[in-house]
Design a protein around this ligand. Structure first.
Ligand SMILES: *Cc1c(COP(=O)(O)O)cnc(C)c1O
Length: 453
């Protein structure tokens, strides 16, 4: 995470994150009125984007077109997308909503890739008209695209998603390359590989090949094996076509993230280096490259800060009742073994707490018993008015709200840490107001059901 660490030899280490939490409390971004907020480290996001670019640039033949398309679902926030465009990235979108966000962020069509698993005819037509790259997921979708291509010429680069079926990682719900995964054409199914080859030979305009073999919980060598399978298939198709019909390989994202400490691992460089040995031809310049990383670009750069409303105890165990639970940390609450996150304790001023750690539960505000972001976790005792910070929550957490209990979407702020402790913030998303929440929940139609006789 945040690089700069200062502090005197005897004092505690103060990180950029600590400064941001303190400044957010001092400036009232989180407080009694707004008891939970998300913070994003702007310099950290820029740094990760630059690391991604330089890792691939190091191994790629100069002049090879490389597009790093950020998976929008990992942080569906327009200012984040705009920042990444600034850093030379594009966007991978998987729904009309995500495409709308990318367009609102000014992502050029040439830097946009559409991968949704259930694209409607209207969605496909729009993408083709805009010239956005589309990866078809299955034979029926390819047939729809046939019709569209026949009726109106398009400059959109078109590809097919395949599933190398190399197996899953440690989290079933995150494993996209299992035998029965819902994504893409399963290459090892009977007759599938021949069908894919034929599909390309019959369609000279099909020029890309896509696989996303992730994600969290996947070992890197298995990911590289998936990319190897993708590359081998492209070579086979191009040999049979007797021309370089496939000109671009989209290798997806899926780099896992270390949620156990501040160390960012594995690195993009480690992955690129592994790919360069496992699939040397990938970087030869014969194929343009597209990547679709999400979690690994943002996770380490986000922090959710929540006020502790009450401290209590039950069955002898201390419980901190905070304002961050399933609505912002949905995966952690519902699948705590697969998605453990670190929690840091801050006091009422937003300064790191230093008390002797005691095992305690850190609970959220939702009305169900399992709404815990950490169970039996050793932390300095949290008291009413303190703050609990959920670390590494920059991807799939603060941007992926779950509307349980009609809890409003919290505000999200980008920050740059200032050594003076002042901290400068930019609004990424304003906190949802209760009026907005009521409107979203049908307030304009309050009489609708009653009027039905
Ligand atoms: C979710 C997704 C990604 C991003 O995965 P991460 O694990 O966040 O890197 C990339 N491509 C596709 C098709 C996806 O569905």
């Amino acid at each position: 995470m945040s690089g700069t660490q200062t502090g005197f030899m005897t004092g505690p280490v103060v990180t950029d994150r600590d400064r941001a939490v303190q400044a957010a409390v001092a400036q009232g971004l989180v407080g009694p009125a707004e008891p939970v907020a998300g913070l994003l480290d702007v310099a950290g996001i820029r740094r990760s984007a630059a690391e991604l670019r330089s890792a691939f640039a190091e191994f790629t033949t100069p002049g090879t077109p490389v597009l790093h398309a950020f998976a929008v679902k990992a942080a569906s926030l327009v200012p984040v997308l705009r920042l990444l465009v600034d850093e030379g990235l594009g966007c991978e979108v998987a729904s009309p909503g995500e495409l709308a966000l990318a367009r609102a962020a000014g992502v050029p069509a040439a830097r946009t890739v559409l991968d949704s698993p259930a694209k409607t005819p209207a969605e496909l037509r729009e993408a083709l008209a805009l010239g956005i790259a589309v990866n078809a997921d299955n034979p029926e979708e390819l047939a729809r695209i046939d019709g569209l291509v026949a009726s109106a010429p398009t400059g959109a680069p078109l590809g097919l998603r395949v599933n190398p079926q190399i197996g899953g990682g440690s989290i079933g719900a995150m494993s996209t390359a299992t035998e029965t995964s819902k994504f893409g054409v399963g290459l090892r199914d009977a007759g599938a590989r021949d069908w894919v080859v034929r599909a390309y030979l019959d369609r000279p305009w099909l020029t890309r090949l896509h696989a996303h073999v992730g994600s969290q919980g996947m070992p890197l060598p298995l990911m590289a094996e998936g990319v190897r399978a993708l590359f081998d298939l492209a070579e086979e198709i191009n040999a049979k076509a007797a021309r370089p019909q496939i000109d671009t390989l989209d290798i997806g994202g899926g780099l896992p993230v270390n949620f156990a400490s501040d160390v960012a691992a594995p690195t993009y460089r480690e992955y690129a280096e592994l790919l360069s040995t496992a699939v040397p031809g990938l970087f030869s310049g014969r194929y343009g490259l597209v990547t679709e990383f999400g979690r690994s670009l943002l996770a380490k750069h986000g922090t959710i800060v929540a006020r502790v409303e009450y401290a209590k105890s039950a069955g002898g165990r201390p419980i901190a009742v905070t304002h961050a639970g399933a609505q912002v940390a949905t995966r952690t609450v519902f699948a705590p073994d697969a998605w453990p996150i670190r929690v840091a304790a801050y006091d009422a001023q937003g300064l790191p707490k230093t008390g002797e750690p005691v095992a305690q539960d850190v609970a959220g505000p939702c009305c169900f018993a399992g709404d815990l972001v950490a169970e039996n976790r050793a932390l300095p005792p949290l008291e009413s008015g303190d703050h609990a910070a959920l670390l590494d929550t920059g991807a799939y957490y603060l941007s992926t709200h779950f509307a349980y209990n009609s809890l409003p979407r919290p505000g999200v702020y980008g920050y740059v840490a200032d050594p003076s402790g002042a901290g400068r913030f930019a609004t990424v998303r304003t906190p949802q107001t209760l009026q907005e929440l009521a409107a979203e929940s049908g307030a304009a139609h309050a009489d609708g059901m009653r009027a039905l006789k």
